[in-house]
Design a protein around this ligand. Structure first.
Ligand SMILES: Cc1ncc(C[n+]2csc(CCOP(=O)(O)OP(=O)(O)O)c2C)c(N)n1
Ligand SMILES: [Mg+2]
Length: 888
């Protein structure tokens, strides 16, 4: 039994006030900084002597920056207010009208209404569109606030009235507007897809780090460019949002500013009804070493706080939980007076001179341009680390009966009356009928507002958001430059992973493109034998190497350098994917066409961070994902969680991802060479997923004439030795070797001749066939075209037995064009811990299973004796009665 330590008696209040008085005296005489130093020294001393002092990560629930430090506002507040009202109106009207016209088309009005001031202050005073000839700031907008961003671009004349009328109507044969930020859909407007919660924040952190990487490697000029990320408070619960915040402080990313729109609500209700999200986030970011600026109260609270000599107002601010703060804004001034101020006579007295309406209108900090401006100014001037601004706002701000309600997020349209009232309130000069219809308002081009708007943007170097996908295309190295990979291993047993790593080493030496290569690994470099690359180009470390590594004297020591080229991300596949995204979109964001190679444990790729890959594709990212330790039977020993038999299925779901499953190193070289050509020379929006295996076997030299087939997905690797083949064996990746062994077994034991084909990409074969099929469907009066797979298989004899180390559905992708000839062997089901021999036997993808399956099919086709086929299973050791591995 444990006994609780006795609770010490609370300190005597008189004793406490004596200490406070003495401390105040020090501050009066020596200043606040001196006071802070003394306190620091005192608490350090206390800890050293064993006195436990609690860590204070929260500051009082008031603005971090006191009113006396408010920066003078540089803009014309009256004009900015009018502009903001117009933008608010147009954003809301656009969503409202669309839902009136097309019920259920959706859209959001409440996110932007809470965010408007936060982004408008940025647009008018901070977001630079360029730095000289260099690209400007990067702004990650909250995805659901897109209507507001469109509404501003409409006033700027960058989005037409027709587009506004086609918000969420992208398929009408006229330009429309995508629901959310999607570079794929609006490639000249959006750069950063953010609408999947959490992806914007993590991508923005790694973007800021990648900016430093490019600067430190001398690939871009150092500028004052910032990465701004606007994030929801609800979104902050996503692990991706805050999972990498220590990287930002560790890397001293003072080019990064997070603005958390703390409207206290998410979709269903309050983010922290029973607590305070701002305090929770403050402690987390402060603990992680960020500069935290809370913007909780607007200027109209300054006077109340100055007169709060009793401290009761501050006490009330501390006491209330977010559920109450939300309710205050959903009710009215009388309610706030009674429930908030009214709890103590002292706090009630502070608002006795205000009407209920004035009490209701006391601003939250995030709706006060002055407070927001001050916070932003401090943030951009802060050096040595990232800043987070926690801005308190009201969800659905200004939407009358829809403000701060639990259902506010889902509000798509207001009543026609509410719209008319809104327009009258904020003085948008449109007739009531148009207001009720939700017509957009465009003030005269030569009026003060529009002139002001353009002037501000001119001052800040242009318009945002804007994406420019043009870049100076680079010439891909010729295939001959990959000579080492093409000539085979001369009998030495190596894995495709090893071969890939040597190929990468060669590419890094390429005089033209070597410096553009970005090798990325998530603490798996040694697994893939990449130590030599670490030695060759070093690991990027913004501080260089502050220690002498223990293995300094060894050839392959752990080399960290300020201009190192490898991004060794540690154990974070999400972070590594975010780096891959920053690098793979660098051609558009920085005008530097970086070529990332992200090499990882294939199981922890698409399945773990698939949504980041989807956003990468949306961003028109380029580069190579390389799934090492691929294949459900090739990676020995690791078992169920590690054996990957489906990354190729998942990669096939991404429209711009070309998935390849090469068996030999020369195939990888041919694929990579063609990939660089297509992505960086031809400028195609495309990226690659390539599997790499760790089974060692001799790598043959590239056969004459195989290049096209490798790229298109299928080529003949070994012709039947004696006479005409009666069946075809397709193999991919390391299982191609099993197909080759099966060819020998069939020939030697059963006198069955077969051809063996390397199927490098069922994904490419299928996409080509689908496209041809579609054309044929749409053009019945014209001569039918043939897809590559149809052309190649037309001359083949007999059934096709396809074996893969992935799920059967991978080869099955081409079955519609094979007229029932396809028999697939694959690795459906959970993996096991064992060696390759037993794994392949279990999953029925070994040579014996392939040979037996061939005989079985020939028997069904009447080309082989049925009894002999049945006996073959026994002779070849294939258990016909064991449990189906797909369900085992
Ligand atoms: C990964 C993911 N899950 C769920 C959603 C659906 N969703 C859209 S907005 C939203 C609530 C957002 O709340 P918050 O982040 O607080 O933003 P606010 O609109 O309040 O500013 C949800 C759950 C999504 N977009 N992405
Ligand atoms: Mg919210």
């Amino acid at each position: 039994m444990t006994t609780k330590p006795p609770v010490p008696p609370a300190p005597d209040p008189e004793e406490v006030s004596e200490w406070i008085e003495a401390f105040n005296e020090i501050i009066r005489q020596e200043g606040a900084a001196h006071g802070a130093q003394l306190l620091d020294a005192l608490s350090r001393h206390a800890r050293e002597t064993g006195v436990s002092v609690s860590m204070q990560l929260n500051t009082p629930y008031i603005n971090t920056i006191p009113p006396e430090n408010d920066a003078p506002y540089p803009g014309d507040r009256a004009i900015e207010r009018r502009l903001e009202s117009m933008i608010r109106w147009n954003a809301m009207a656009m969503v409202h009208r669309q839902n009136k016209k097309d019920a259920g088309i959706g859209g959001h009005i409440s996110t932007y209404s809470s965010l408007a001031t936060l982004v408008e202050v940025g647009f008018n005073h901070f977001f630079r569109a360029s730095y000289g000839d260099q690209p400007g700031d990067f702004v990650y907008f909250q995805g659901h606030a897109s209507p507001g961003v469109y509404a501003r671009a409409f006033l700027e004349g960058r989005i037409t009235e027709q587009q506004i009328a086609n918000f969420r109507h992208e398929l009408r044969g006229e330009p429309g507007l995508s629901s959310y930020p999607h570079p794929w859909l609006m490639p000249e407007f959006w750069s950063f897809p953010t609408v999947s919660m959490g992806l914007g924040p993590i991508n923005s952190i790694y973007q800021a780090r990648f900016m430093r990487y490019l600067e430190n490697r001398g690939l871009i000029q150092k500028t004052a460019r910032k990465v701004w990320a606007f994030i929801g408070d609800g979104e902050s619960d996503e692990p991706e949002t805050m999972g990498s915040i220590t990287l930002a402080s560790r890397e001293k990313l003072d080019n990064l500013i997070f603005v958390v729109n703390c409207n206290l609500q998410r979709l269903d209700g309050p983010v922290r009804g029973n607590g305070k999200i701002i305090n929770e986030l403050e402690a987390a970011y402060r603990g992680a070493g960020w500069n935290v600026i809370k913007v909780i109260w607007g200027c109209d609270w300054d006077d109340l706080l100055a007169r709060d000599t009793s401290g009761k107002l501050r006490q009330r601010m501390e006491e209330c939980v977010d559920g109450e703060y939300q309710a205050f804004k959903a009710k009215d001034g009388a309610f706030i007076r009674e429930k908030f101020f009214g709890k103590y006579p002292e706090s009630l007295a502070l608002v006795s001179h205000l009407t209920d309406e004035q009490v209701f209108k006391l601003h939250r900090g995030g709706h006060d341009a002055q407070k927001v401006y001050t916070a932003y100014k401090h943030a951009v001037e802060h050096t040595g680390g990232p800043t987070v601004i926690l801005a308190k706002t009201v969800k659905g701000f200004g939407l009358g009966s829809a403000q701060a309600r639990n259902a506010t997020h889902q509000e798509k349209k207001l009543s026609d009356e509410s719209l008319a009232i809104f327009v009258a309130n904020v003085q948008i000069p449109i007739p009531e009928k148009e207001a009720r219809d939700g017509s957009p308002y465009l003030p005269p081009a030569d009026g003060p507002e529009i002139r002001y708007l353009h002037e501000r943007r001119r001052e800040l170097g242009g318009y945002l958001p804007a994406r420019n996908g043009n870049f100076t295309h680079i010439e891909a190295p010729a295939l001959e430059a990959f000579e080492d990979s093409l000539e085979g291993s001369k009998g030495r047993a190596v894995s495709t992973t090893m071969g890939y790593v040597s190929m990468l080493r060669g590419l890094l030496k390429d005089p033209k493109i070597g410096k553009l290569i970005v090798p990325i690994v998530p603490d798996e470099g040694r697994t893939f034998g990449m130590e030599s690359i670490i030695r060759q180009v070093g690991i990027y470390a913004s501080q260089g190497q502050l220690y002498r590594p223990h293995d300094q004297d060894m050839l392959l020591f752990y080399r960290e350098e300020k201009d190192g080229q490898i991004l060794e991300e540690g154990i974070t596949e999400a972070g590594s994917m975010a780096s891959f995204t920053a690098a793979g979109t660098s051609y558009a964001n920085y005008r530097v066409p970086m070529i990332p190679f992200y090499t990882y444990y294939s199981m922890f790729g698409f399945q773990r961070i698939g949504d980041l890959v989807w956003a990468f594709a949306d961003s028109r990212g380029k580069g190579f994902l390389v799934g090492g330790t691929a294949g459900r039977t090739t990676l020995a020993g690791e078992g169920l969680q590690h054996l990957d038999g489906h990354s190729l299925v998942l990669s096939s779901t991404v429209p711009t991802c070309a998935g390849y499953d090469p068996a030999y190193v020369y195939e990888i070289a041919a694929i990579v060479q063609d990939g660089i050509r297509r992505m960086y020379q031809e400028g195609e929006d495309l990226f690659y997923y390539i599997t790499a295996y760790n089974e060692d076997y001799p790598m043959p030299a590239m056969p004459e004439g195989s290049r096209e087939g490798i790229i298109r997905g299928l080529y003949k690797f070994r012709t039947a030795e004696k006479g005409k083949p009666v069946a075809q064996l397709f193999g991919s990746g390391s299982i191609l070797n099993e197909a080759l062994r099966a060819q020998t077994i069939l020939a030697e034991k059963y006198s069955i001749q077969t051809d063996v084909w390397s199927a490098t990409s069922y994904n490419q074969l299928r996409r080509d066939a689908l496209a041809v099929e579609r054309w044929n469907r749409l053009h019945p009066s014209e001569a039918e075209k043939k897809s590559y797979i149809q052309t190649v298989t037309a001359g083949m004899e007999g059934p096709i037995i396809a074996a893969t180390d992935f799920m059967k559905v991978v080869p099955d992708q081409i079955s519609p064009w094979l007229g029932g000839r396809l028999v697939t062997l694959g690795t459906d089901g959970f993996g096991r811990s064992d060696n390759r021999e037993y794994l392949r036997k279990h999953f029925e993808v070994n040579a014996e299973s392939i040979a037996a399956a061939t005989l079985s099919r020939l028997a069904r086709d009447g080309k082989f004796d049925k009894k002999k086929a049945q006996k073959a299973f026994k002779d070849l050791g294939v258990d016909t009665e064991k449990i189906d591995p797909a369900r085992a």
